[in-house]
Design a protein around this ligand. Sequence first.
Ligand SMILES: CSC[C@@H](O)[C@@H](O)C(=O)COP(=O)(O)O
Length: 357
Amino acid sequence: MTNPVAVIQSVRLDDEKDALILLDQTVLPNRKEYLELKELKDIWDAIYHLKVRGAPAIGIAAAYGVYLGTKQSVASTYEELLEDFKKAKEYLASSRPTAVNLFWALNRMEGRLHQEADKSVTEIKTALKEEAELIRAEDEKVCEAIGEYALSLLKPGMGLLTHCNAGTIATAKYGTALAPIYLGQVQGYDFTVFADETRPLLQGARLTAWELKEAGVDVTLICDNMASIVMKEGKVQAVLVGCDRVAANGDAANKIGTSGVAILAKHYNIPFYVCAPFSTVDLDCHTGADIHIELRPSEEITTKWYSESMAPEGVKTYNPAFDVTDHELITAIVTENGIAYPPFSDSLARLSKATKK
Ligand SMILES: CSC[C@@H](O)[C@@H](O)C(=O)COP(=O)(O)O
């Protein structure tokens, strides 16, 4: 058994080959294939088609992507290079709208570019590479810190439920919602974990159940509509989920279905924890109503997993990829800077000041 936390890097740069190396998350768990992407168009496609997915991993991929796009530029002045950088940045920013980490990472890369304005084009390119590597390395530390804080909320032997995949492959390492599970496993916490399959793209079944099983965690796969019964049967003592964007008031956008799980958790009096790095907190979004929810193609619901269509041809579909969990349903938001409790507008603002970068 190989522990994926120890060995898997879902996003990395191969600078010698001028390539972004991605673990293709669309073919897991049946195949472990790595993609070598050199063109911005291919990186955009990989983000859009969820070959790389999970808010922090998307941010890291975009940082490497905008570096590679700028590296290819033949610009000889800062101004020309900035123009090429901006084109690449704008293009990658159009790939997916909800996870703020994508925009956070691209803006951070632009900030570094501006800082290096008085340097040569070659030096600026090197600085962009450094910044992208830093974003990846920091995410690993951030996820470990989230894992430690979240673990302090849990007790050995607990039953946990998670939705979608906020694991090691969705980040640089450890994951967000799965980080305390991995850290707890090393310390003998013996958690039992229920993974919602997470329709329509099955991140829970294909990715979370796979990662946890590979790591030797006691994981049970359930369909999304079984969360209520396992809660009612007393099998779940805490819910842990990741997040794509947290608004200033604590409303949190995550994979479609998350808000339903939060409503169930409230009904059964089970704590509901959102685990997110500060790169996912968007204080410019006042409430969840300001968060842009991605709509995805019908085929993901009607045909994707079937040999023939499971819906009448031409039926209307509605396929929002995320929903917003109301802050009133959230027990705490666990960040790398500490645990935010309600009222979140105060606690998030206070903890955000501890962010170094
Ligand atoms: C640590 S990743 C947290 C979130 O990004 C995750 O829970 C999620 O909703 C991902 O959605 P996806 O559409 O698979 O990118």
